[in-house]
Design a protein around this ligand. Structure first.
Ligand code: GDP
Ligand code: GDP
Length: 463
C-alpha cells in the first residue's frame, strides 16, 4: 500500500498536465478545447523511487453557473477525503484568485497534509505568484512547471517524508491477513492449505459496452453520487477513469470508458484514445461487465469486447440494460440466453443479469453476479478431486485413438487461478482433438461450478 495524492485546484491551473507527467501514460487527456476530459481520475504515479496513487480532480470549465461550482467543490472535498495528501495547484502567472482562496479554505478544513504548488512557473515566470502564494497560509509554496517538468525534485523532497510516514503508519495498522495473493503465490500446489484470496485491494471492475448502452448511468447508480458527471450541461465529458467506492459492502474500483463519442465534440484524438481505453479497461479489470442495450443486444462490437475479455482471462458478467423498456420479459430473457450461448460459446454459462440502470432495479443481482464471478475466477480445486473427476470423465467417454494411438490421460492438477488453469499430463498431447478438450473444459465448468470464467487447459506430454 502506498499513499494517495489528490491534485486539486481551479480549472486550467495545470492539474491534468501534472497528472499526466506523474502517471506517465496518457490516462488523462489534456486539451485546450473545452469539454474534453474533466472528472475524478486515478492513476499510478511515479516520482523517482516513489510509487503512489494520484487523483486528478474535476477540472470543470470555469463555471459561472452555481450548480457546477457546487459540484466542483463537492468533488474536491471528496478527493481530499479519499487522499492522504493534497497537492494544491495555483497558476503562478495568474496569481492568487478568489477561487483559489475557496480551495485553500477547503484544504485547511480537511486537516490533512497539503503541498502548495505554484504552476506555470518555468524560467522566471510566476515569481510574483510564488510570493502571493505565501499569503494563502499553507506553508512554503513549491515552484513548478508541470509542462516542462521543473520543480519535480522539490516535489519529491516534500513527498518523500510523507510517504515514509504513511508507510510506517500502515505497517503498524495492517492486520496480519491483509495480504493480497499474488499470482505466483497462488500457483502453489497444495490447495488444501491455500488461503482464500483476501481482498486487500478493491475488486477491480470495468463496465464496457457500446456507446449509449448506459454505462455512465449504471456507474453513477453504483457510485450513488455525482462523481461522474453526466447530465445535460454541455461540455461535461470524461475519458477513461477509475474511482474507488464501496458498493453494498464491497470495496470496488471501477473503471469507466465513457461514451464520449456523443458527448464530446469529437476529435480524432479523443476517438482513438477512447477505443484503446476500452482495451485498457479490460486489462485493468478483474471482472468485466459487458453492458448490453436490450434493444440492440449482441452487436458485433459487444461480441468483440466480450471475446477480448475472455482472451485476456478476465471474469465476465453480461448485464442487459434498459430492462424497464421490455414488456414481455420472460420471452425476451429466453431469447437473450439462447443468443448468448450461440454467440459466445467460449463464455458458456457466464452470468447474464438484467438491470435497469435508470431505475436501479436488478443492481443487487448484478452485485451478486460480480462477486460470484470473482469467486469462480479465484477458485481452486484439489488435485485429489480433479483426478477422481478425470477418471470418471475418461470412463464415460474414453479419449480417441487417432491413427490407432490411444491418448492416455494420466494425471491432472490445477496450476493457477485468476483465471483457473489446469495441466493434464498425457501421451500424444498434440493428437488430442479440439472436441475432446472442449468436453473436458465444459465438464470442469459443470462439475466444479465454474460457469463463465475463462478456463485454461494445457496438455503436457508424459508417455
Ligand atoms: P487543469 O484544468 O487544471 O487540469 O489544467 P490543464 O492541465 O488542462 O492545463 C491547462 C492549460 O495550462 C493547458 O493549456 C496546459 O498546456 C497549460 N499548462 C499546464 N502546465 C503548464 C506549465 O507548467 N506551464 C505553462 N506555461 N503552461 C502549462
Ligand atoms: P453510455 O454512453 O454507455 O455511458 O450511456 P449513458 O449512460 O449516457 O446512457 C445513454 C442513454 O440511455 C441515456 O439517455 C440514458 O438515460 C439511457 N439509459 C441508461 N440506462 C437506462 C435504463 O436502464 N433504462 C432506460 N430506459 N434508459 C436508460
Amino acid at each position: 500500500m502506498s499513499f494517495t495524492l489528490a491534485i486539486v485546484g481551479r480549472p486550467n491551473v495545470g492539474k491534468s498536465t501534472l497528472f499526466n507527467r506523474l502517471v506517465g501514460r496518457r490516462l488523462a487527456l489534456v486539451d485546450d478545447q473545452p469539454g474534453v476530459t474533466r472528472d475524478l481520475r486515478e492513476g499510478d504515479a511515479r516520482l523517482a523511487d516513489l510509487r503512489f496513487t494520484v487523483i486528478d480532480t474535476a477540472g470543470l470549465e470555469e463555471a459561472t453557473d452555481d450548480s457546477l461550482q457546487g459540484r466542483m467543490r463537492r468533488l474536491t472535498e471528496r478527493a481530499v477525503e479519499m487522499a492522504d495528501v493534497s497537492l494544491f495547484l495555483i497558476d503562478g502567472r495568474a496569481g492568487v484568485t478568489a477561487a483559489d482562496q475557496m480551495f485553500a479554505d477547503i484544504l485547511r478544513r480537511g486537516g490533512k497534509p497539503v503541498v502548495l504548488g505554484v504552476n506555470k512557473a518555468e524560467g522566471k515566470a510566476g515569481e510574483e505568484g510564488v510570493l502571493e502564494a505565501y499569503g494563502l497560509g499553507l506553508g512554503e509554496p513549491l515552484r513548478l512547471s508541470a509542462e516542462h517538468g521543473e520543480g519535480m525534485d522539490d516535489l519529491y523532497r516534500v513527498l518523500q517524508p510523507l510517504a515514509d510516514a504513511f508507510a510506517e503508519r500502515t505497517a503498524q495498522d495492517a492486520p496480519e491477513t491483509d495480504v493480497a495473493l499474488s499470482e505466483e503465490e497462488a500457483e502453489v500446489g497444495d490447495e488444501a492449505a491455500a488461503p482464500k484470496p483476501t481482498r486487500a485491494k478493491p475488486l477491480q471492475i470495468a463496465v464496457i459496452g457500446r456507446p449509449n448502452a448506459g454505462k455512465s448511468t449504471l456507474i453513477n447508480r453504483i457510485l450513488g453520487e455525482d462523481r461522474l458527471l453526466t447530465g445535460p450541461e454541455a461540455g461535461i465529458t470524461r475519458d477513461a477513469i477509475s474511482v474507488t467506492t464501496d458498493w453494498a459492502g464491497t470495496p470496488i474500483r471501477i473503471f469507466d470508458t465513457a461514451g464520449m463519442r456523443k458527448k464530446a465534440k469529437v476529435t480524432d484524438k479523443v476517438e482513438k484514445l477512447s477505443v484503446s481505453d476500452g482495451l485498457r479497461a479490460v486489462r485493468f479489470a478483474e471482472v468485466v461487465v459487458v453492458l448490453l442495450d436490450v434493444e440492440i443486444p449482441f452487436e458485433q462490437q459487444d461480441l468483440r469486447i466480450a471475446d477480448f475479455a475472455e482472451t485476456e482471462g478476465r471474469a465476465v458478467v453480461i448485464a442487459v440494460n434498459k430492462w424497464d423498456l421490455e414488456e414481455d420479459k420472460q420471452d425476451k430473457l429466453r431469447e437473450l440466453k439462447e443468443r448468448f450461448e450461440y454467440a459466445l460459446p467460449q463464455l458458456r454459462g457466464a452470468p447474464l443479469v438484467t438491470v435497469s440502470a435508470k431505475t436501479g432495479r436488478g443492481l443487487d443481482r448484478l452485485h451478486g453476479a460480480i462477486l460470484k464471478a470473482y469467486d469462480v475466477w479465484n477458485r481452486r480445486v484439489t488435485t485429489a478431486k480433479l483426478n477422481q473427476w478425470l477418471g470418471a470423465m475418461t470412463e464415460a467417454h474414453p479419449p480417441p485413438a487417432p491413427g490407432g494411438r490411444r491418448i492416455k490421460l494420466r494425471y491432472m492438477t490445477q496450476v493457477k487461478t485468476r483465471p483457473p488453469g489446469f495441466v493434464v499430463m498425457c501421451s500424444h498431447p498434440d493428437l488430442m482433438p479440439e472436441s475432446y478438450r472442449r468436453y473436458l473444459v465444459n465438464g470442469l465448468r459443470d462439475s466444479f461450478d465454474m460457469p463463465g470464467t475463462p478456463i485454461r487447459l494445457t496438455l503436457r506430454s508424459q508417455a
